[in-house]
Write a protein that binds this ligand. Structure first.
Ligand SMILES: Cc1ncc(COP(=O)(O)O)c(C=O)c1O
Length: 487
C-alpha cells in the first residue's frame, strides 16, 4: 500500500483549498464565528480544520471513502486485518470491544487491574465479569497483568465465558505475556481482547514489547494520543481472525459512538500512521536510547529508584515498556503525589502519573535533548530539596489478598440498586454501589457489587489524607460511601 498517502488529511487540505461554505455544524463555521479571544489561545487553524466528514470533507454519499482508506492503511501499517478509528478515546472503544464479545448477562474474563472505563463497561454492558486477579508486587506495591495460567484456571472454571479482556501495558509500563494468554484463550476457542491503550507505539519498533496483533490477540484497542502522535481522544480498534465479527464490532460501536466524529482526530491518526511507517523506527530508536540514558542518570540520583527490567520475572511482569520511566521516591521520605506537586510548583514539570510510592514520566518519539535535560534537572532538584518537603504519616498499604474483594452482586445490579450513604466507619461488610478509583491511574480499588472491608477503607482513607484523588466516588473525601441499601 502507498503509505505516503494520507486520505483524511488530503481531504481536509482539499476542503480548505476549495473554501467550501458549510451550512451545517459546527456552528463556528470553520472559525468565522469564533470569539477572537478563544482563537488567540488555541489558534484559528483548529477551527478551520474542524469540519464534519459528511457534507464537509466528503459529499453526501461519502463517495471518497477516505476514512475507509485511512483505516486500511492503518491496518496494513500495524499488521492487523482490519482497523477502525474511534474519536471517543479508549474509554469508549474498550466498552465497544467488550460488547462485541459478550452481551448482557454473558460472562467475560476481565483482568482486575482494569482502568475505570472497563468497570464502567461491565456496568453499562451488563456483562458478568469473571475477574482474573493481577500479580501483586508487594515490594513495589504494584499490580502486574495476570499470567496465562491464571487465565487458563478461570476459563476451566467458566467454560461458558465468551472471551477475555487483558489490560497491558499497565499505566506504569509493565506488560503481560500477551502471546501466552492468546494461546490459552484460543485453546478454549474464545477471543482475546487487549486494552493496549498505552501501547500504540509498540508496532513500530522491535525492541518494544510485543504488539497485541503480533502476539495473536483477536481485538486490540489503543489510545494513540497516549504514547503516539495523534490528538486527545484518538483511539483505534484492530481486528484479526474470525472470532470477532467486524460487522458485530461495527454495529456495537454504532450503539455507543458519536454521530459527529472529529475530523481533527481522524486526520491526526492518519498523519501519525504515515509518520510511523516512514520514520517510526528511527524516531523510536532515538527515544529508546534517550530512555536508557534517563533511567541510568535517575538511578545515580540519591533517593530515586527507576524501575527497569528487574521487574521482568516469573510471578511479576512478562515485559516492560522502556519508554515509561517509573521512579520510586519513597527513599526521599515523600510520596509520589508530593513529588509530582513539587515538580509542577517548582520546576513547571508535569509528570504523567503519581501514586503513594512513585511518579511516572512517559518519553515518546517527541522528546528531545531539551526535554531530557528539563526532566533530569527537575529530578536532580527534587532529590536535593526533598528534605524540605513536609513529612506525612505513611499511607497504610494493604497486603495483596486484602485488595481482592468478594463480589456479592453483579456490578450492574449493585450500581442500579436502591442505595444509601453510610459513614465510612459503618461501611465494612456493605456492598459498594459505586466505583472508587484513586486517580490517576484510575484503576478501581472497589468496584460496584464488591464487599467493602476495613483493610481497603483504611488504605483508601489514609491515601485521601495524603492527597490521593477519588473523583468517581459520590463523596470524594470518603467520609461516606454509597452502598446498596439493605432491604
Ligand atoms: C489501560 C487503560 N485503558 C483505557 C483507558 C482510557 O483511555 P482514553 O483516555 O483514551 O479514553 C486508559 C486511560 O488512562 C487506560 O489507562
Amino acid at each position: 500500500m502507498d503509505h505516503s498517502r494520507v486520505p483524511v488529511l488530503e481531504a481536509l487540505q482539499e476542503f480548505r483549498r476549495r473554501g467550501d461554505v458549510v451550512y451545517g455544524p459546527p456552528g463556528h463555521k470553520q472559525g468565522r464565528g469564533v470569539d477572537p479571544r478563544v482563537a488567540d489561545v488555541v489558534g484559528l487553524d483548529v477551527f478551520r480544520s474542524d469540519v464534519l466528514s459528511l457534507n464537509g470533507l466528503d459529499d453526501r454519499r461519502q463517495s471518497q471513502e477516505m476514512l475507509g482508506q485511512a483505516q486500511d492503511l492503518m491496518a496494513d501499517a500495524v499488521g492487523a486485518e482490519r482497523a477502525f478509528f474511534s474519536t471517543c478515546g479508549s474509554s469508549l472503544s474498550v466498552k465497544t470491544a467488550m460488547l462485541a464479545v459478550a452481551g448482557p448477562g454473558e460472562k467475560l474474563l476481565v483482568s482486575r487491574n482494569a482502568h475505570k472505563s472497563v468497570i464502567a463497561a461491565v456496568v453499562v454492558n451488563g456483562v458478568e465479569p469473571i475477574w482474573v486477579h493481577p500479580k501483586f508486587d508487594a515490594g513495589r506495591h504494584l499490580a502486574h497483568p495476570p499470567e496465562p495460567d491464571d487465565v487458563r484456571r478461570r476459563l476451566r472454571e467458566h467454560p461458558d465465558a465468551k472471551g477475555m479482556l487483558l489490560i497491558t501495558p499497565t499505566d506504569w509500563g509493565t506488560c503481560a505475556d500477551v502471546a501466552g494468554v492468546a494461546r490459552v484463550c484460543h485453546e478454549f476457542d474464545v477471543p482475546l481482547i487487549v486494552d493496549e491503550a498505552w501501547g500504540a507505539h509498540f508496532p513500530f519498533h522491535p525492541e518494544l514489547p510485543a504488539w497485541g496483533m503480533d502476539a495473536e490477540a483477536d481485538l486490540v484497542v489503543t489510545s494513540v494520543h497516549k504514547m503516539g502522535g495523534a490528538i486527545e481522544q484518538s483511539s483505534v480498534f484492530h481486528l484479526q481472525y474470525d472470532r470477532v465479527s467486524p460487522e458485530v464490532l461495527k454495529q456495537r460501536e454504532d450503539l455507543l459512538g458519536t454521530t459527529s466524529a472529529s475530523s481533527l482526530v481522524y486526520a491526526t491518526l492518519d498523519g501519525w500512521r504515515r509518520q510511523m511507517v516512514e520514520h517510526g523506527h528511527v524516531l523510536l530508536d532515538a527515544a529508546l536510547c534517550r530512555a536508557e540514558r534517563v533511567r541510568s542518570a535517575v538511578g545515580d540520583l540519591p533517593g530515586l529508584r527507576p524501575m527497569g527490567r528487574e521487574v521482568v520475572k516469573e510471578g511479576l511482569a512478562a515485559d516492560v515498556d522502556p519508554l515509561k520511566i517509573a521512579i520510586d521516591v519513597r527513599d526521599l521520605g515523600i510520596t509520589g503525589m508530593q513529588a509530582a506537586e513539587w515538580l509542577r510548583a517548582h520546576r513547571h514539570v508535569d509528570v504523567g502519573g503519581s501514586d503513594t510510592c512513585r511518579i511516572n514520566a512517559s518519553l515518546t518519539h517527541a522528546d528531545d535533548d531539551e526535554t531530557e535535560e528539563v526532566l533530569l534537572g527537575a529530578l536532580r532538584a527534587l532529590a536535593d530539596s526533598a528534605d524540605s518537603i513536609e513529612r506525612q504519616p505513611p499511607v497504610r498499604l494493604p497486603a495483596s489478598p486484602a485488595l481482592e474483594l468478594e463480589q456479592a452482586l453483579l456490578p450492574r445490579d449493585a450500581f442500579f440498586a436502591p442505595v444509601e450513604h453510610v459513614p465510612a466507619e459503618h461501611a465494612a461488610g456493605r456492598i459498594s454501589a459505586e466505583t472508587i478509583s484513586p486517580y490517576p491511574p484510575g484503576v478501581p480499588v472497589v468496584a460496584p457489587g464488591e464487599v467493602v472491608t476495613d483493610g481497603v477503607l483504611d488504605y483508601l482513607r489514609s491515601g485521601v489524607d495524603h492527597g490521593v484523588l477519588i473523583p468517581d466516588a459520590a463523596d470524594p473525601t470518603l467520609r461516606t460511601l454509597r452502598v446498596v441499601a439493605r432491604t
